[in-house]
Structure formats: C-alpha cells, structure tokens
Design a binder for this molecule. Structure first.
Ligand code: FA5
Length: 339
C-alpha cells in the first residue's frame, strides 16, 4: 500500500486528482481507515504495532500530499509567468481623453471674466417656483408676457425654469446694501417648450447678470454689454442694441452680434439678416426691486440674460445648436484646444 500510494500521489497532475487520491487513501472511508476498522481481526498482542504502522503511513501520505500540492502550485505559477509575459517593446494603447463641453468652456471663461470685474457667482435651482421665476419678476399669474416663454410646469407652483432671472429675485431679497453694491452672475440650464431648430433648443443655457446700486445708468449697461461682446468674440465683431420688451426691465434691449458666417448678404443661420441675437437686457424695473423690499427711489440697476448657446454658435461657427446636445465625441473633441 505504501509504495503504491506514494506512486499515485506523485503521478497526480492536477489538484482534483490529488484530492481524489487523498479521499481514497486517508479519507473517512479510505483504505487506511478501513485497516484501522479491521483491528478487531488482529491478534491483541500485534495491535499496537499495526496501529503504529498505520499512523506512520498516514503521516507519510499526508506529507507526500503536501509536497505534491506545493509542486503543483509552483508549476501553475511558473506556467502563468511563462504565458503572461509582458512585451515591453509593444507600442502603448492610446488612452481616450475626455474634454470639457464647449458650453462649459464659455461659461467658465465668462465666470472668470465677471469675477475679475467684482461680480459674485450664484447658482439657482433648475426646478424653480412660479413665485421666483415669474411673480417676483413682475409677471403675475395672468400676465400676457408669460406666453413669451412656453413653460414646462411640474404642478401649479413648480416648473422647469424658463430663464435664470429668478436668481435676481433670490439675490435681491438677501442682499445687504449697507455692505456695498450688488453685482452678480447666475449661470445654468433653462428649459422651454420651444421647437428645436438650428438656433433654438428646448434646453439651453443662460447666464443672468445683475448690478444694483445708487446711480446706475443705461450707459453702464451699454458699456458692460460691449465689454462682454468684445471679450467673447474679439474686437472685430460688430454689435447692435435693439429696443425690446421684458416685464422685469424698463427700458429693455436685445443685443445682436454680427453673424460669423455672412459676407454682408446674410446666410441661413442668421436667417439672412446678418445678425444673431445673443442676449436680453435692460434697466431693472422698479417693481422687481420693490417686490424684494428695496426702495426703488434710492436704488436702481441693470440686468442681462446671456444665451450661452448662441455665444457658442457664434464663437465657434457651429451651424446647428443641436450639435451641443447630441454628444457626438467627434464634435466635442474639436473643442479640446479651447480648454
Ligand atoms: C430672457 O430669457 C430674459 N430672462 C433675459 C433678460 C434677463 C432680459 C435680464 C432682461 C434682463 P429671452 O427669452 O430673449 O430673454 O432669452 C435670452 C437669450 O436666451 C436669447 O437672447 C437667446 O440668446 C437665448 N435663447 C432664448 N431661447 C432660446 C432657445 N430656445 N434656444 C437657445 N437659446 C435661446
């Protein structure tokens, strides 16, 4: 049994076979255990000797099993090392780097620009209340101008904000004018039930701006808008202000920037006008100040709402606003150098 057992152990070439042999030799119903069970047939004077021999044999088998197992493990490791050799001369795989979305390239740049001029950056909620989005902005519930911004309502009081202008009301309510003038910008996503086309999207980005102090004039507004346009589009791009209407500003204007794509005759992107509207602005309506508890006979200011998507269209010469939202990496990768 000894020679035969050792030979079988040494010949086992897998862990599984080794386990099977272990069960056969020294398991609970194995050959050695059987010998122990049949001790009653051995003459009493021989029993200690036989018992001793069986125990020695079990120890021998056990250590042979341990050695065989160790050899198998080592062989397995050696085989793996052989197979998984790393060829350091192979060329590396190209890592796929993400890039900042063009909309955030512009937003981050504008934030830095405004911070440099002493503005603070605030972040309003995308799920806004009717109260802040409209009522505080001089748009009571039955006001006809509500139709200007087709709204996704969640319920009677909550909606997806159609404009970042609610940020104005939130900041006005809290500002302490004894500590200085109010200068803020509020960037973020807005939503409208607009039909998508080359220059309209149902989800887009705005950046609200608000300056309130004593003696703020329309020429401060004009100068600021001019600075923004020059900063963003360069000295050569032309701008123009048109009179407009917003319930929360009086007087109100819209600013157009000359189209990137036209040769003076116009193109489909600007609908053959040569201009693209990029923002709305105006002098803060006294009702907006009074709604927030501010004395409109002492304080006044200007506000603007930049259309970041339009900025991006103009700055990068993108012909379709929808390219910003379909997330084709080939499109997005082009802006890596802008970061
Ligand atoms: C407003 O949303 C006003 N809250 C702006 C404002 C703020 C005026 C403060 C006065 C004072 P308007 O609806 O025009 O205004 O939108 C502002 C800008 O957002 C537009 O000039 C345009 O650049 C952009 N915009 C409007 N609708 C869309 C759209 N569907 N897709 C992409 N950009 C849009």
């Amino acid at each position: 049994l000894r020679e035969q057992g050792i030979e079988r152990i040494n010949q086992a070439d897998t862990q599984k076979k080794l386990d099977e042999i272990r069960v056969e030799l020294i398991g609970r119903k194995g050959q050695l255990t059987e010998i122990l069970h049949s001790m009653k047939d051995v003459a009493p004077e021989n029993r200690p000797k036989v018992g001793q021999q069986v125990n020695q044999l079990r120890d021998l088998f056990q250590s042979s099993f341990d050695d065989a197992k160790e050899k198998l493990v080592q062989a397995l490791i050696a085989k793996r090392l052989e197979e998984e050799k790393i060829d350091v001369t192979l060329p590396g795989r190209q890592a796929h780097l993400g890039s900042k979305h063009p909309m955030y390239v512009i937003l981050d740049d504008l934030e830095r620009f405004f911070i440099g001029m002493g503005y603070k950056v605030v972040q309003g909620p995308e799920i806004e209340t009717d109260h802040y989005c409209f009522e505080m902005m001089n748009l009571p519930k039955d006001h006809p101008a509500r139709d200007m911004q087709a709204t996704f309502y969640i319920d009677d009081e909550n909606l997806l904000r159609t404009q970042t202008s609610g940020d104005q009301a939130r900041v006005l309510e809290k500002h302490d004018f004894l500590k200085g003038p109010l200068k803020m910008v509020g960037p973020g996503k807005v939503y409208r039930r607009d039909d998508d086309d080359a220059t309209h999207s149902h989800q887009f980005m705005q950046m609200e701006g608000l300056v309130v102090d004593k003696n703020v004039t329309m020429s401060d507004l004009k100068g600021t808008l001019e600075l923004i346009a020059k900063h963003e589009f360069g000295q050569d791009r032309k701008t123009r202000l048109r009179p407009s209407y917003f319930p929360f500003t009086e007087p109100s204007v819209e600013m157009d920037v000359s189209c990137f794509n036209c040769d003076g005759k116009g193109c489909p992107i600007c609908k053959y006008t040569g201009w693209i509207e990029v923002l709305g602005a105006g002098m803060v309506h006294p009702n907006v100040l009074e709604n927030a508890g501010i004395d409109s006979t002492v304080y006044g200011g200007f506000a603007f709402g930049l259309g970041i998507d339009r900025f991006a269209i103009l700055k990068y010469g993108v012909s379709d606003i929808r390219d910003f939202y379909t997330n084709d990496v080939r499109f997005l990768e082009q802006f890596r150098k802008e970061e």
